[in-house]
Design a protein around this ligand. Structure first.
Ligand code: MTE
Ligand code: MO
Length: 312
């Protein structure tokens, strides 16, 4: 049974991904190498796919798989950046069910193989900006959250979507301690959840999602601080009221519900004007933080007229 699920998910990814989707983005951007890898003789062959990729993906250089999988925040496995890589292997990600609340279908619990089946799997190269002041670029594999929401009969008066990580202290060692109020919870407005940039990642670098990055099913909201991008999701609820969210409840002054990346709204304990780029070294050049993490053209309209200092 467990192997079968792996095969369904595995073969699904293989069937839908094109060569371009599984090519590391650095190679992809380097047209000459890309052409060589394909055994082609003309650059003309790659012009179109590269243009198409610019859609929602950043052209910034992606971090290496080593950086992306060894420098993580996943407090369920410990609070140090290297703890998730050390300990997340103990999480059993297969089988994996997700329960939905606030839908009118009788069936509320789905195996993720059922959820992924039929979705157009795509690659999105997104910036990830942690509220702590560092950033990376990650080539995710997955599908827009809206593709899932649109399949559900969501309650009419829905205004928010709430997400929950699994609570399994036997598999997630830090959950034996009261480091956070487990399970980890996050939320979005329904408009944010339906935005085409809002993504469910089931893989990265063309492969299955490593446990430390939130396997088997995690949210990615690229214009918000990283803690909004909740990992290893087991429950999704459609709600009328703004849901409980872990970090904004833990410390409401420091972490807001919106948590849109914003260089002009400092964290009470540090500036958000610049960020340390992982891979550039501790004393590498810092980059300027961009409003909405550089996605203002795509998401600016969601917050028109809103006081971003008040709704941080
Ligand atoms: N369940 C859960 N999700 C989580 C976290 C966590 O501790 N637990 N950390 C968040 C934070 S602070 C960040 S910056 C990102 C990091 O994602 P990455 O390790 O895949 O780069 O995951 C977010 N999602
Ligand atoms: Mo973060």
């Amino acid at each position: 049974m467990r192997n079968e699920v792996v095969n369904i998910i595995g073969s699904h990814i293989l069937k839908i991904l094109k060569y371009s989707d599984v090519t590391p983005y650095n190679l992809y951007l380097d047209r000459r190498k890309f052409v060589e890898a394909l055994g082609l003789t003309s650059l003309a062959f790659v012009a179109t796919p590269i243009a198409a990729k610019q859609n929602y993906s950043t052209r910034a250089k992606a971090n290496t798989i080593e950086e992306i999988t060894n420098y993580n925040n996943f407090y369920e496995f410990g609070t140090s950046k290297t703890d998730p890589a050390k300990y997340a292997h103990s999480l059993r990600t297969n089988p994996w069910e997700i329960t939905f609340e606030g839908i009118s279908q009788n069936k509320k619990k789905f195996d993720i193989a059922e959820i992924i089946k039929g979705k157009a799997i795509q690659e999105r190269v997104y910036r990830l900006r942690c509220v702590e002041g560092w950033s990376m670029v990650i080539p995710w594999i997955g599908f827009p959250l809206r593709d899932l929401i649109n399949e559900l009969e969501v309650d009419n008066n829905t205004k928010f979507v709430a997400f929950e990580t699994v609570y399994r202290p036997e598999e997630m060692r830090e959950q034996k301690r009261a480091t956070l109020d487990w399970p980890y919870r996050e939320g979005l407005t329904i408009e944010e959840a339906l935005h085409p940039l809002t993504f469910i990642a089931t893989g990265l670098y063309g492969k299955e999602l490593p446990n430390q990055n939130g396997a088997p099913f995690r949210l990615v909201v690229p214009w918000k601080y990283g803690f909004k991008s909740i990992k290893s999701i087991t429950k999704i609820s459609f709600k009328k009221e703004q849901p409980y969210t872990t970090w904004s409840s833990e410390n409401p002054r420091e972490y807001g519900f919106y948590s849109n990346v914003n260089p002009n709204v400092d964290h009470p304990r540090w500036s958000q004007a610049t960020e340390r780029v992982i891979g550039e070294g501790l004393f590498g050049k810092r980059r300027k933080t961009e409003l909405f993490n550089g996605y203002i053209e795509e998401v600016g309209d969601l917050y028109k007229g809103m006081d971003l200092k008040k709704y941080y």
